[in-house]
Design a protein around this ligand. Structure first.
Ligand code: NAD
Length: 282
């Protein structure tokens, strides 16, 4: 029976430590969120991020733009936040509506305030093995693995999914931690065979019950990033009930990776505030 990797408890512990660190720092970190349109899931994620800010003592400001906003409007807003000295972190909630050029918006974020780590400069640092900000979901997963003392160096890690926000940075972080990494995606041949080799299996595909017991090696650590609706319930990518019988450790959905993502965003925002304060002194 697998150990349940409790992201909720771990994130609460980290948020409390962070709250104390912020209170004792003399700094007043501030996160700005930008949301375009009124997608309910995006609105919920942004609300959760603002709530976490409140919990740890990070000020937050929310910019809301209409669903028909142009790339120009979003970029201008981001640039205004870049210039605003009181803002330490900028988070643009993805996905953006189809008329908005997501790449241009991300490129417009000042790399020093890019607490989500999507800017090419930050991605570059990450892939060079010297991350500044690395995206919150994979970074939160690495924190969770460390919290449960799961060895990564030398492990065979297989990541299903190659998105910019999860799959690719996840693979880079695992590689930086000396795992032997395979990235699988929609064109991968013999996916089950690849997955079955994993000591650490990370699924970021976005399909309910996509990872079955037959795809998981006995004793593997299974990290489920997926957030899917199935018959009115929130489920991950992994067939949790069956897979927990073969895995040595597994994240639940909800209460696994999701809370770690938010805790990491808070940590990144405070780190940005610390670095910006340091730059002002130098
Ligand atoms: P995405 O749609 O950008 O990427 C999905 C990836 O899955 C793609 O790279 C694709 O190649 C791969 N894929 C699709 N079908 C496949 C198949 N049959 N075999 C192998 N690979 C396949 O999604 P994303 O942004 O990476 O998100 C993935 C999931 O994680 C979603 O459910 C999303 O809601 C969730 N998510 C959760 C968090 C969190 O904090 N828990 C954060 C981000 C995303």
């Amino acid at each position: 029976m697998a150990t349940i990797l409790d992201g909720k408890q771990t994130s609460e512990k980290r948020l409390e430590t962070l709250r104390e660190a912020i209170a004792g720092s003399g700094l007043h970190p501030k996160l700005a969120t930008v949301i375009v349109g009124n997608d309910p899931a995006s609105q919920m994620y942004v609300r959760m991020k603002h709530k976490a800010c409140e919990k740890v003592g990070i000020a937050s400001v929310g910019v809301e733009l209409p669903a028909d906003a142009t790339t120009r409007t979003v970029v201008d807003k981001v640039r205004a936040l870049n210039r605003d000295g009181s803002v330490d972190g900028i988070l643009v909630q993805l996905p953006l509506p189809s008329q908005v050029d997501t790449g241009r918006v991300i490129n417009a974020i000042s790399p020093e305030k890019d607490v989500d780590g999507y800017h090419p400069e930050n991605m570059g640092h990450l892939f060079l093995g010297k991350p500044r900000f690395s995206s919150c979901t994979p970074t939160g997963i690495m924190t969770l693995l460390a919290e449960y003392q799961i060895p990564v160096a030398g492990a065979r890690a297989v990541v299903a999914g190659r998105s910019i926000d999860v799959g690719r940075p996840m693979a880079a972080l695992l590689l930086n931690a000396d795992a032997t990494v395979t990235i699988c995606h929609s064109k991968t041949k013999d996916l089950a065979e690849e997955l079955k080799r994993a000591d650490i299996l990370v699924s970021a595909v976005g399909k309910p019950h996509f990872i079955t017991k037959e795809m998981v090696k006995e004793g593997a650590v299974v990290i489920d990033v997926g957030i899917n609706q199935l018959e009115g319930k929130l489920v991950g990518d992994v067939d949790f009930e069956a897979v927990k019988e073969v895995a040595s450790a597994i994240t639940p959905v909800p209460g696994g990776v999701g809370p770690m993502t938010i805790a990491t965003l808070m940590e990144n925002t405070f780190r940005s505030a610390q670095e910006r304060a340091c730059d002002r002194v130098l």
